[in-house]
Design a protein around this ligand. Structure first.
Ligand SMILES: [Zn+2]
Length: 204
C-alpha cells in the first residue's frame, strides 16, 4: 500500500525530532531531514496538530526565533491519544469557548502567566487516562500548553463556588462588572430577557 502524501516526510521529521530532543532546529536541518521537500514546515505543523508532539516555536518560548523549533518531550500530548477525532477536538474547544479550563487563558491571546507566549490550547482529559479516564466527550476539556505541562496527572481542580464568590465580592466594582460582562458573553441564553427567571435579585 502506498503511504498517504507527505506521510513519508512526516515520519522522517518525527524521527529526526525524537533523535534531537532538547536541541533547537531550523529549516537548514529540517528540510534535508524531511527529504528536501518544500513542504517540510507544513509536515512539522502536522506533527503538532495531528500527532500532538509539543514542538515549541517562538510563539511558545521567547528565546526561540521565528523559524526555530524545539522538542523537549518525546511523548505526544496525552489528548492526542488515538480515538479523539478532529471533530471531537473542535467540539470540545468550541464548548469550552476556546478558553483553558484551568487558568482561563484564551486561544491565541498572550498567556496571563507568561505574556511573551501566545496561548495554545490542547484537549486534555478531566480524569487522566492513567487513572481510568476515557476519551468520551464528557471527560475532555480545553487546556493550554502552560497548564498542560504542569497538569499531566492532575484531576479536576476547579475552585469551589464559595471561594469563587468570595474572590468576586472582594474585587473592585469595575472588575465585578467585567466578570458579569464575561459571563453574559459566555452564557448569552441565561441572560436573554425571555429565559431570565424573574424576581431573583443578586445579593451585593
Ligand atoms: Zn491554562
Amino acid at each position: 500500500m502506498r503511504p498517504k502524501r507527505g506521510e513519508g516526510a512526516r515520519a522522517k521529521l518525527r524521527a529526526f525530532f525524537l533523535a534531537n530532543l532538547n536541541r533547537v532546529l531550523d529549516g537548514e536541518e529540517l528540510r534535508p531531514a524531511a527529504g528536501n521537500t518544500s513542504e517540510w514546515a507544513r509536515r512539522v505543523r502536522e506533527l503538532r496538530t495531528e500527532e500532538g508532539y509539543q514542538i515549541l516555536t517562538h510563539n511558545d518560548r521567547a528565546d526561540l526565533k521565528p523559524g526555530e523549533y524545539l522538542l523537549l518531550d518525546p511523548k505526544p500530548a496525552p489528548a492526542f491519544a488515538r480515538g479523539i477525532s478532529k471533530e471531537t477536538r473542535a467540539y470540545v474547544l468550541d464548548r469550552n469557548g476556546f478558553t483553558c479550563q484551568m487558568c482561563g487563558a484564551v486561544a491565541g491571546e498572550p498567556h496571563p502567566y507568561d505574556p511573551g507566549r501566545k496561548t495554545r490550547l490542547h484537549i486534555g482529559h478531566i480524569i487522566d487516562k492513567s487513572i481510568g479516564g476515557g476519551d468520551d466527550v464528557g471527560n475532555l476539556r480545553a487546556i493550554c500548553s502552560v497548564c498542560n505541562e504542569g497538569a499531566r496527572n492532575l484531576t479536576l481542580d476547579r475552585p469551589s463556588l464559595q471561594k469563587l464568590l468570595i474572590q468576586v465580592r472582594r474585587a473592585t466594582a469595575a472588575d465585578q462588572v467585567a466578570v458579569l460582562e464575561w459571563l453574559v458573553m459566555k452564557f448569552p441564553s441565561h441572560f436573554s430577557p425571555t429565559s431570565h427567571s424573574s424576581g431573583r435579585q443578586a445579593k451585593p
